[in-house]
Design a protein around this ligand. Structure first.
Ligand SMILES: C[S@@+](CC[C@H](N)C(=O)[O-])C[C@H]1O[C@@H](n2cnc3c(N)ncnc32)[C@H](O)[C@@H]1O
Length: 296
């Protein structure tokens, strides 16, 4: 949108308090280019879906991250989506500069200490080494081909400062316990992902710690958080059921043209999956891994 593009100018994005020579915001406003295999739609309803997912996870996790942060001065969120995670961090750390990096800007009304840089993570991350106290990347297995994960995580660690934290969060392959319709819906998702070189087997969520260690991070820790899907899980579960409904509805088109699954069949599968989530007490599992860039 023209207004958002205008806000992407460097002078508007850099709060004066944190300006200094060499702060690598030169890429602000640059159009993302190159290969973008992202498999989810970028439509207005998707902003709502990602926000619902964000709030459900924040409630389940009782926070926005697992790393033991104190007072980070600079925070980077790669694949920042709606921007809500960044806006929360802006509020929690009002002295920090929080940068979102994505192929598209998120919601308007940015906090004063927020900046957005447009770019394609597969082309690299346009920041200098050692720039950030905290680098965060969440739910990007639908964006980053399996083969690109090691170099992408290498870049996340590169732009963290020595001693700074890098945190990754990705959904595990399947919901658990899952009924047959739920399993089928996720098989379709994985087939679509695999067609685009994205993770169709769950290898990414299983490899987060390894990616961090291979990139030179130390003190790497991993965890898995189970979040209910369905009314059986109260408010959080209800939000996650709405997230599932909205995501699969948004994929009716690709399921039809890429996999040959008619929209009616997709709708029936989704309805059955939502019923199963209630009877099976289904959870979605999110894998976290965090580490620190080694001190030199
Ligand atoms: C599933 S959303 C996750 C958003 C956010 N991390 C969150 O937790 O809500 C994936 C995001 O990655 C962005 N994206 C997809 N491909 C990208 C790429 N190649 N480079 C940068 N961002 C990308 C999308 O625009 C979208 O905002």
């Amino acid at each position: 949108m023209p207004g958002q593009e205008a806000r992407g100018s460097m002078s508007n994005v850099r709060p004066p308090a944190v300006q200094h020579d060499g702060w690598p915001l030169h890429a602000i406003g640059r159009r993302a280019s190159g290969k973008i295999p992202y498999m989810l739609p970028r439509q207005p309803g998707e902003i709502d879906r990602l926000d619902v997912q964000h709030y459900a996870f924040r409630a389940a996790l009782r926070g926005n991250y697992v790393a033991p942060l104190t007072a980070p001065a600079r925070v980077l969120d790669v694949g920042s989506g709606t921007g809500q995670w960044c806006y929360d961090l802006c509020e929690e750390f009002p002295e920090a500069l929080v940068i979102g990096f994505d192929i598209e800007p998120g919601k308007p009304d940015w906090p004063a200490n927020y900046g957005f840089v447009r770019g394609n993570v597969l082309d690299g991350i346009p920041f200098a080494d050692d720039s950030f106290d905290f680098v965060h990347q969440r739910w990007m297995r639908v964006s980053i081909p399996v083969a690109d994960w090691p170099p992408v995580v290498g870049n996340l660690v590169r732009v963290a400062r020595p001693g700074g934290f890098v945190e990754l969060a990705e959904f595990r392959h399947l919901l658990e316990p899952a009924g047959p319709a739920t399993t089928r819906v996720f098989e379709l998702l994985h087939e679509l992902a695999a067609q685009r070189g994205l993770d169709g087997t769950g290898v990414v969520a299983r490899s987060l710690s390894r990616y961090l260690e291979q990139a030179g991070a130390t003190d790497v820790r991993a965890d898995v958080v189970a979040v209910p899907v369905g009314e059986w899980g109260g408010t959080i579960g209800s939000m996650m059921a709405s997230d599932l409904r909205s995501m699969i509805t948004g994929l009716r088109g690709p399921f039809a043209w890429a996999l040959g699954v008619p929209p009616d069949e997709c709708d029936d599968l989704l309805s059955a999956a939502l019923v199963e989530c209630e009877s099976h007490h289904t959870n979605t599992l999110c894998a976290f891994a965090q580490g620190r860039k080694a001190e030199r």
